[in-house]
Ligand binder design. Structure first.
Ligand SMILES: [Zn+2]
Length: 319
């Protein structure tokens, strides 16, 4: 039903799934750079369409609202919320009596700014497994939120600027909503502000946030891209307290690796236990794992599932 040829494809329809090279028809699960290509026709949810065209320019898009099937010949395609960022979707493909669920990036637990994941059952499951090692069990979301708010309030009480490093699309808006809901106004890096305005245009309320101009305004938290991105620096920040917000913070060395004062474990990806929960919910006959450690497929096999890594190879692989 699908094959791998330097990217995933539904074989009969030649529909590409999150392939970065330009394709005649490509499904875009969400608007992160490693999932988007400048396709002749992109298939995605309406919110992803807004974010995708902001990032890739105006393009032909077939919009697929959650839960509304699109039928091509004998192929039926339906999107389901993936809980990863605004517009993120899993794709259910049904063809010749077989169903296949492609997850894209996903998270099962709730988010302040993305619709909660709603995975259907399927015969074949192709799943991301970024946090597919047992050490990536994240603390409860509320504990991470409390930790973030305590760090920000401590910095503000000391008249220092709390500077939060988060991905431009998704995590930054999530962090902003958490802070503004707690009464802390936010100044956003211009790149983040642009995306936040698009979130607002799609009906996601983010509270009191502003574009960072030349100076930090006392009493505000600052949200800026991760330190490994080129453009994270902002002028006019006196003695900042830097806080990375990332699922990788489940590992204690993360704050040293990221060169920040603190790291808070809040993720927009499923953690190890949620990856296993997804499999329980989908009840698939076959599982292919991508974007994660090969050992995760072994772990699923140990639980009695028929799982293997979807290993990219230079040769076309048929399944
Ligand atoms: Zn993503």
């Amino acid at each position: 039903m699908f094959h791998y040829d330097r990217g995933l494809f539904l074989t009969k329809s030649r529909l590409a799934l999150d392939v970065q090279r330009r394709q005649a028809r490509g499904f875009v699960s969400h608007a992160h750079a490693d999932h988007m290509g400048r396709h002749e026709l992109a298939l995605c949810t309406p919110a992803t369409s807004v974010l995708y065209q902001h990032r890739c320019g105006r393009r032909a898009v077939l919009e697929m609202p959650y839960g509304e099937p699109t039928v091509w010949n004998d192929l039926r395609l339906t999107t389901f919320a993936a809980g990863h960022c605004l517009g993120s979707a899993m794709l259910l493909a049904e063809e010749g009596g077989t169903s296949l669920l492609y997850t894209g990036d996903f998270k099962l637990s709730p988010s302040a700014t993305a619709r909660q994941a709603d995975p259907p059952r399927a015969d074949i499951l192709i799943m991301e497994s970024t946090f597919g090692k047992p050490e990536y069990r994240l603390p409860p979301r509320d504990d991470s939120i409390d930790q973030l708010l305590a760090l920000v309030n401590q910095a503000l009480a000391a008249e220092r600027a709390p500077v939060i490093h988060a991905y431009v699309l998704g995590k930054s808006q999530e962090v902003t909503r958490i802070l503004t809901a707690a009464g802390i106004p936010v100044q956003q890096h211009p790149q983040i502000y642009e995306i936040s305005r698009l979130y607002q245009s799609c009906g996601v309320e983010l509270g009191s946030f502003h574009r960072y101009e030349r100076n930090w305004i006392p009493g505000h938290a600052v949200v800026t891209p991760p330190r490994n991105s080129k453009a994270f620096r902002l002028p006019g920040l006196p003695s900042p307290v830097s806080i990375a917000v990332t699922g990788w913070a489940a590992h204690p060395s993360t704050k040293y690796r990221l060169r920040v004062d603190h790291a808070v474990a809040l993720s927009d990806h499923a953690d190890f236990d949620e990856l296993v929960q997804l499999v329980d919910r989908v009840q698939p006959r076959e599982i292919y794992c991508t974007h994660g450690p090969e050992s995760f497929a072994d772990h699923l096999c140990g639980l009695g599932w028929n799982a293997r890594p979807l290993v990219p190879s230079p040769q076309k692989r048929l399944f």
